[in-house]
Design a protein around this ligand. Structure first.
Ligand SMILES: NC(=O)c1ccc[n+]([C@@H]2O[C@H](COP(=O)([O-])OP(=O)(O)OC[C@H]3O[C@@H](n4cnc5c(N)ncnc54)[C@H](O)[C@@H]3O)[C@@H](O)[C@H]2O)c1
Length: 375
């Protein structure tokens, strides 16, 4: 693991999720750039002293040289270190599971894509919402054509935790997210807008071709955006709206998606993740429940418990790790349901295109050039 030191948010989630099904075990880490904190994290997680490293490069070199060395690197540092850690690991023969966004910039993502393709190793990206069973069911319903042709996609990801400038009063998660050198060109859009963008393409089954973005820094004194409103046009003609905000005071982690076709629409909300509603133009509404035998294979394969027993965020991460571990064990060239470097490229293209187009007030622009993420 790179990152995930004392007080970190997502590193411990990765550890719990990776280990949940017994297919992956944490064996080493460079958990912090402070060697004492890295050692403390290693001790807390029961690692041998010599496998808590003072920096990522030293860890990769040492692990690659051990006969029992790590095979997979989890990248859970702030964004500016993703490229360096992932590239070094791939070059040393390790697989990589990185948190999003893939890199600090689109240029770095393009370079990383070349490294991934030349490495013969797997690269996964934890757009975690793709790991939820009812998101996978939604995707299957759309792909099966049950709704008819998709006409409209509405995706909203609203949080309120950055309503005040807490990056200036010592909140470590807010501090790097508000700093372009560590977060990248996007603030909110790079942090949660990319999740909304990814889930819209994943469930909607079509790529965004054009967008019209209003990306703003609302809280006084903030450099990077904290509120984003983007109109979307998908290949095939569907229209969409994407909202991502971190100044929606009172909102917690409000991700929801609605997809409307010719015959009906479906809706999923992260605050009730084990349900999926399907509303029909002509017919009664349905609520589908995770863990039920009537669901498709992708959703059924993504639960561990019978219906009515809630699973959530950690299990969704674990689904990505489980699929990834299976692909590694079977020597496959990709891990079917796990977002990959193509999704990473699209996310970075989305961030940079929307930020620049909004800044220059260019209205509708093309989202060009990156590989398909719709698999
Ligand atoms: N997929 C998701 O749902 C999700 C959720 C939260 C965060 N994230 C992503 O995860 C990453 C981490 O976010 P976070 O909220 O956990 O941040 P955080 O600030 O809580 O944790 C970052 C960790 O990285 C460590 N670190 C910093 N520099 C380092 C270095 N040079 N070497 C080793 N470790 C170093 C810090 O000590 C800290 O432990 C970000 O890229 C973020 O976008 C993804």
């Amino acid at each position: 693991m790179a990152g995930g030191g004392p007080g970190a948010f997502i590193g411990p989630v990765h550890r719990m999720a990776a280990e949940l099904d017994g297919k992956i075990r944490l064996v080493a880490g460079a958990f912090s750039r402070d060697p004492a904190k890295s050692a403390a994290a290693g001790r807390a997680w029961g690692l041998a002293d010599d496998r808590a490293y003072p920096d990522v490069a030293a860890m990769i070199a040492a692990e690659a040289a051990r006969p029992d060395g790590a095979e997979l690197l989890a990248v859970v540092t702030p964004n500016h270190l993703h490229f360096e850690a992932a590239a070094a690991a791939l070059k040393a023969g390790l697989h990589v599971m990185s948190d999003k966004p893939a890199t600090l910039s689109l240029a770095e993502a393009r370079e990383l894509a070349g490294i991934v393709r030349g490495s013969g190793r797997l690269y996964g990206l934890t757009y975690v919402y793709t790991g939820y069973p009812m998101v996978r069911e939604a995707r299957e319903i759309v792909r099966r054509g049950d709704l008819g042709a998709v006409r409209k996609i509405v995706v909203e990801y609203s949080q309120g935790w950055l309503s005040e400038p807490i990056e200036r009063s010592g909140n470590p998660q807010a501090a790097w997210r508000a700093d372009p050198a560590r977060a990248g060109a996007g603030g909110c859009i790079g942090d949660i807008g990319v999740h909304a963008f990814n889930i819209a393409e994943f469930v909607g089954g079509a790529r965004v071709e054009r967008l019209c973005a209003d990306v703003a820094a609302v809280a006084p004194g903030r450099t990077l955006d904290d509120d984003c409103n983007v109109l979307l046009r998908f290949e095939g003609g569907a229209r969409g709206v994407l909202i991502a905000s971190q100044i929606s005071a009172g909102a917690r982690n409000g991700l929801r998606i609605n997809v409307y076709g010719e015959k009906g629409g479906l809706g999923w909300s992260h605050e009730r993740p084990n349900e999926l509603t399907v509303d029909w133009l002509e017919g009664p509404s349905q609520t589908l429940h995770a863990g039920s035998p009537y669901l498709g294979a992708a959703a059924r394969g993504a639960t561990r418990l019978p219906t009515g027993h809630p699973e959530g965020f950690i299990e969704a991460f674990a689904n990505l790790y489980g699929d990834f571990a299976d692909a590694i064990a079977q020597g496959r060239a990709n891990a079917d349901m796990v977002p990959d470097i193509n999704d990473g490229l699209r996310g970075m293209a989305f961030v940079e295109t929307a930020v620049a187009a909004s800044r220059d007030e260019r209205g509708w622009v093309a989202l060009e050039g990156e590989a398909a993420c719709v698999r």
